[in-house]
Write a protein that binds this ligand. Structure first.
Ligand SMILES: Cc1cc2nc3c(=O)[nH]c(=O)nc-3n(C[C@H](O)[C@H](O)[C@H](O)COP(=O)(O)OP(=O)(O)OC[C@H]3O[C@@H](n4cnc5c(N)ncnc54)[C@H](O)[C@@H]3O)c2cc1C
Ligand code: SF4
Length: 552
């Protein structure tokens, strides 16, 4: 028997959220005597980490050749996925400027892109119809390229290895090792343990320590190490970071899609802020998806369900009919922008780059070139710090300054209030963001204050209808994500105690991978299904790194 849920019950998700496990994430311990010695370690082999590793390897090689370099520098990239690119969601539209900066000797045609954006269209959707609207300047993609992030990351990994970078896939970092206020290395997650945390067989591997003069956190969205570091150091931001959840699918289709499509409006007019897209990846491949901000009000809103619903809208049905779902994935996006940037994104022995630092421009749904550029700027600072033998907080301070003076922060400043305008509703948000666009962000000016997503009240509303012939269940979606987690690994999700039934009901609908189920008043947690999107880390149970190769 379960406690009946009161319709319309209102609650604050943060009241049931356990604290960040900082004692596990930041360890004031001397690295093991057998620790692997590195000079610079990048945690996360996504676009930001790999761009940083490549730039640093290039600077070291050029400096040493010219006779004023820092000598031999061991650079490592630790990636939790079994292979590079496996934890990066496929279809994306990429602004090529950071590729051009990182590989000045190459032409655009040499980059691993699927093709230039040939046309684009933005629609305002109603439940059964759509109206094409002029493309807002922030959503224009002329000059950009369609790409698979997974292919891009693999290509960058090969470039990095070709330049002598040590790339270690299948090695998730569990903790930062610190000495006084300095980060001196990392500890990886042990593998081959059973649910009780004991070795499950002869292939179990203990945690491994790696030392580094500088550790670069490039762990992507809602990174627990970055959160813990900033909390430990007492570094704040004007507004808390806020997030959206994106769910994506890759479809093989019968007819080529001839343009990049973005939509706004239905099904999100009342319940939340977000939009959908369809990108042509090839003549017979389309990537489509939806992003929804996690401050939505209806606790039964289900982003995976909304994507299933949208696939039956005439605009998308026409694209997908007769096709086949190939891949599925989900991930959060940091969308607080300018006002949510931490005051410093460096410290003694540490830099934070990419999504982990919040370098995403939500109005244009772009983060790849910002993340890469931040990796490049971190590499330039680290190179000089190694040459001067000063990796103190002051020695690495020019990284935060360089980002603040770069196009990253300039762009985020221009769109600084756009996401926040929509907290007042779709219509007023649309008008204000239009004004901000034409005035380069000056009008309406000032700073709009916001709360964390977990502090925004939710109320129990109606569930999303996610049925239909093009729909895929959460169980089948997880299968399509390629998730190969062992069934008996230790639970990596930290759930609060005595979660009230209405909050548990929110977890069930929030998680795109069906990890949470209600069995009477019991909350069942199917942790191996987790696809590392980190949505519940924003609103509920904490996500922690698990053994290498787990997840999608
Ligand atoms: C649905 C969706 C659509 C998007 N569309 C676009 C788009 O069209 N264009 C665009 O420019 N941007 C887009 N973005 C944003 C873009 O994906 C990110 O901004 C970009 O990938 C950030 O790069 P990153 O290297 O910082 O992080 P990521 O790409 O997330 O890479 C982080 C890496 O770190 C690894 N990692 C995490 N934790 C650990 C750990 N503890 N130990 C070791 N490894 C770890 C992860 O497995 C991952 O490989 C989109 C995002 C989403 C979610
Ligand atoms: S349990 Fe895993 S898949 Fe589900 S919301 Fe949390 S992080 Fe995402």
């Amino acid at each position: 028997m379960s406690t009946p849920l009161s319709p319309g019950a209102s609650f604050r998700p943060g009241n049931s959220q356990p604290p960040l496990p900082r004692d596990r994430l930041i360890l004031a311990e001397t690295p093991d005597a057998e620790a692997v010695p590195m000079d610079v370690l990048f945690v996360g082999g996504g676009p930001a980490g790999l761009a940083g590793a490549i730039e640093l390897a290039r600077l070291v090689a050029a400096g040493n050749e010219a006779g004023d370099g820092p000598g031999e520098v061991e650079i490592g990239v630790l990636e939790k996925a079994e292979g590079l690119g496996e934890h990066n969601l496929s279809g994306a539209v990429i602004n090529p400027r950071s590729f051009r900066a990182l590989f000045p000797e190459l032409e655009d045609g040499d980059f691993p892109f699927r093709g230039a954006v040939k046309g684009e269209a933005v629609y305002y959707l109603r439940e059964n119809g759509s109206t094409r609207i002029p493309t807002p300047p922030t959503m224009r993609n002329h000059g950009n390229y369609v790409a698979s992030i997974c292919e891009v990351v693999r290509w960058m990994g090969e470039k990095a290895e070709g330049m002598g970078v040590n790339v270690f896939p299948g090695f998730p970092v569990d903790s930062l090792l610190v000495e006084d206020q300095s980060v001196v290395g990392v500890r990886t997650v042990p593998s081959g343990l059973n649910r009780e945390g004991e070795p499950a067989g002869s292939d179990a591997m203990p945690a491994m320590d790696l030392t580094a003069r500088v550790t670069v956190l490039a762990e992507g969205t809602r990174g627990p190490l970055s959160q813990a570091y900033l909390e430990w150091q007492g570094v704040s931001s004007p507004n808390p970071q806020i997030y959206s959840l994106g769910v994506k699918e890759l479809w093989e289709v019968k007819k080529p899609l001839d343009r990049v499509v973005h939509t706004m409006g239905w099904p999100l007019v009342k319940d939340g802020f977000g939009g959908t897209w369809a990108y042509p990846m090839d003549d017979n491949l389309v990537s489509l998806g939806i992003v929804v901000s996690l401050d939505y009000e209806n606790a039964r809103l289900d982003v995976h369900g909304l994507l299933q619903q949208i696939k039956h809208h005439p605009l998308f049905r026409e694209i997908l009919e007769g096709g086949e779902l190939l891949e599925w994935g989900a991930k959060t996006i940091p969308e607080g922008g300018y006002h949510s940037l931490a005051q410093r994104r460096h410290g003694a022995g540490l830099c934070i780059v990419g999504d982990a630092a919040g370098y995403v421009d939500v109005p244009s749904l772009k983060g790849i070139h910002y993340g890469m550029h931040s990796g490049i700027l971190a590499a330039r600072t680290i190179y000089e710090a190694l040459r001067k033998d000063d990796v103190s907080e002051a020695g690495l301070g020019s990284y935060t300054r360089a980002v603040d003076e770069s196009f990253i922060v300039k762009d985020l400043k221009r769109t600084r209030n756009m996401r926040l305008f929509f907290k007042g509703g779709f219509l007023s948000g649309g008008i204000k963001s239009g004004l901000a666009t034409v005035t380069g962000g000056r009008i309406p000016g000032g700073m709009i204050s916001s709360e964390s997503d977990a502090d925004e009240a939710k109320r129990l509303g109606e569930p999303v209808d996610a049925d239909g012939e093009l729909a895929v269940s959460k169980v089948d979606a997880v299968y399509k994500s390629g998730n190969q987690t062992r069934d008996d690994i230790p639970n990596h999700l930290i759930v609060g105690e005595d979660v009230p039934p209405e909050v548990a009901e929110m977890y069930v609908h929030l998680c795109p991978a069906g990890v949470y189920e209600r069995d009477g008043d019991r909350l069942v947690v199917n942790a191996p299904n987790c696809v590392d999107c980190k949505a519940t880390d924003v609103l509920g149970p904490r996500w922690t790194p698990r053994e290498g190769g787990s997840g999608p």
